[in-house]
Design a protein around this ligand. Structure first.
Ligand code: OXD
Ligand code: MN
Length: 590
């Protein structure tokens, strides 16, 4: 019989559903001990100390990086595993060609066989959490059971964890059940299964990020997207940023870019010196839950309370806010170390690595010092651009939705969709080069609709229809745009400076939303002419800007053929309206 500890958590409001589920998981996994987590600083400190004692966590330089720690994952367990991630609906068509599918009974049997006795000699942690502000009607709760203290610490940063979540679950009686075990970290015994109709998740064999922190991708995107469809809202892979112009007006924008394409950087952007008077506020950097509000606008909450950001490339020039934010109270995973016991990664802009992410003396011949998907986990309140609006239970009103991808060719710097329906086509057609955030080849262009390819919990065809139906409910729908910061010239150099200068593009976007900026009408949508963008203080060749804002008809004609073939993969589930929008683009291309 397992011993039980409850820290400062009062189990008075514990619902029968939670109690019974924890008991049944304990009977299956046979832990030595069960610990109910309260998310308190004392609990987090005690978990960290246990990991330090086991050499699984290393305190960093206490003077320069106070309360910062380094964790190293198993070298084969460093990214999301899309090929081992499944949506388990009774009918395969409901998961769609965008997902791996397994029948629920088969998936449960396979997972339960893996879980049998898997926590023997370990502690089973019960993590009650709330995704979103604790008092928001838009928030949703879950309970993660895990045998990893590292996961508990991360969940403590990334979610509202503990008493209040448990109480809300007690009142609502509905919660997402997430069962996680690191197992033996064997890549051959690793699966991430989702049962959207049962609101449950089963994850085994990985301790890493999106595979193991079940509140994040598994709950807040895959399960939530499914729930959102039945309830009339959207769960999206989007940052949420507030932009205050020099006239004092604040607008919020939600942007969907694939993993490791700069969402965290854009969410924390620092305006260039030549754009005085602008201020930027981060509401979220990865996930947005979007609800039609009573006034016919779309409102967004960030279900998370922290950032699980990509470390490489984060430096004082690229993202000063993030760089400053992660100097205290931060958990680093798979970064390198300097001789001074400070974290180090490629793009940090100073110092040098002495130890690589594997814990070996650094030698550039063996690869980068930090794993390309190494991460920092930090509470959102440490962000210099943090805004209390991130706690607003009503969410923030969204003026513009921006899709984007990493495309060396074709997609111009920015364009505006003609309507919501055209915007849904633009989102559905997003394509991007793959990154190190998931295992597999990097740099391969693939379609990644709404940046949700790895995260949509149901058939993309139905998802696009749902997007169209949400738009139909909005009296004041946000305008929809597409951006591409990653265009490259024939010399492989990026054509656009990116980072803070992206505000120039966002400024045009916001001015379009209030009818102030000009544009010209092209086959693919509205584009700014060079003179419509604020380039004051920007050093860019006129020809380069022209190239960034050009639409190459011949290349787009090929793109239209490719998009049509992609839409056709979803058969009868693809809404006819998307084909109609594509036809309009095709006709205009001639
Ligand atoms: C992430 C991802 O970790 O998208 O946010 O992979
Ligand atoms: Mn992400």
């Amino acid at each position: 019989m397992a011993t039980v500890s409850t820290a400062q958590l009062s189990l008075q409001s514990l619902s029968k559903e939670v109690a019974e589920w924890v008991a049944s998981v304990a009977a299956l996994t046979t832990p030595d001990h069960i610990h109910w987590c309260d998310g308190s600083p004392d609990e987090m400190a005690s978990l960290r100390n246990q990991l330090i004692a086991r050499n699984e966590l290393q305190p960093l330089n206490a003077e320069t990086f106070p309360d910062c720690y380094l964790a190293r994952s198993h070298p084969s367990d460093v990214a999301r595993v899309e090929h081992l991630t499944f949506i388990c609906t009774p009918k395969q068509e409901d998961a769609g060609p965008n997902n791996n599918w397994m029948a629920p009974a088969e998936a449960h049997a396979e997972m339960d066989a893996l879980y049998k006795g898997c926590m023997k000699g370990r502690t089973l942690y019960v993590v009650p959490y709330c995704m979103g502000p604790i008092d928001s009607p838009y928030s949703r709760c879950g309970v993660e059971i895990t045998d990893s203290a590292y996961v508990v610490i991360n969940m403590g940063i990334m979610t509202r964890m503990g008493q209040m979540a448990l109480e809300r679950i007690g009142r609502e009686r509905s919660f997402v059940k997430g069962l996680h075990s690191v197992g033996e970290l064997d890549p051959n015994r690793r699966f991430i299964m989702h049962f959207p109709e049962e609101l449950s998740i089963k994850s085994f064999g990985s301790g890493y990020g999106g595979n193991a922190l079940l509140g994040k991708k598994c709950h807040a995107l895959r399960i939530a997207s499914y729930q959102a469809r039945t309830e009339g809202w959207l769960a999206e892979h989007m940052l949420i940023v507030g932009l205050k112009n020099p006239q004092g007006e604040t607008h919020y924008v939600a942007c969907a870019f694939p993993s490791a394409c700069g969402k965290t950087n854009l969410a924390m952007l620092i305006p260039p010196g030549s754009m005085p008077g602008w201020e930027v506020f981060t509401v979220g950097d990865d996930i947005a839950w979007l609800h039609p509000g009573p006034d016919g606008r779309l409102y967004a909450i960030n279900p998370e309370s922290g950032y699980f950001g990509v470390a490489p490339g984060t430096g004082p020039k690229t993202n000063k806010n993030a760089f400053d934010m992660i100097r205290k109270d931060t958990l680093f995973t798979n970064v390198g170390l300097t001789a001074n016991n400070e974290p180090w990664w490629e793009g940090i802009g100073k110092g040098e690595a002495a130890i690589d992410w594997l814990g070996k003396p650094f030698d550039a011949k063996n690869g980068p010092a930090a794993h390309p998907n190494s991460r920092f986990t930090v509470s959102a309140v440490h962000n210099p651009a943090y805004t209390a609006e991130a706690e607003n239970p009503k969410g923030v009103p969204i003026s513009a939705i921006v899709f984007g991808g990493r495309r060396r060719e074709l997609a111009p710097l920015v364009y505006e969709a003609r309507s919501w329906a055209h915007g849904v086509l633009v989102g559905a057609s997003v394509a991007s080069e793959t990154t190190a955030a998931a295992t597999g080849a990097v740099g391969v262009v693939r379609r990644d609709s709404m940046a949700m390819k790895p995260f949509c919990g149901y058939n993309f065809g139905d998802y696009w229809s749902h997007w169209l139906s949400v738009g139909a409910k909005l009296k004041h729908a946000p305008k929809v745009f597409h951006v591409n910061w990653f265009r490259q010239g024939s010399d492989n150099k990026f054509l656009w400076p990116g980072f803070g200068d992206n505000l120039r593009v966002l400024k045009w976007i916001l001015e379009r939303c209030v009818g102030k900026a000009d544009a010209h009408d092209t086959a693919i949508g509205f584009l700014p002419r060079s003179e419509d963008l604020d380039t004051n203080g920007l050093s860019i060749e006129a020809d380069t800007l022209k190239e960034l804002l050009s639409v190459k008809d011949e290349a787009w004609r090929k793109e239209v053929v490719d998009i049509r073939a992609y839409l056709a993969e979803f058969g009868a589930r693809t809404p006819g309206q998307l084909y109609a929008e594509l036809e309009t683009v095709q006709d205009r291309l001639g």
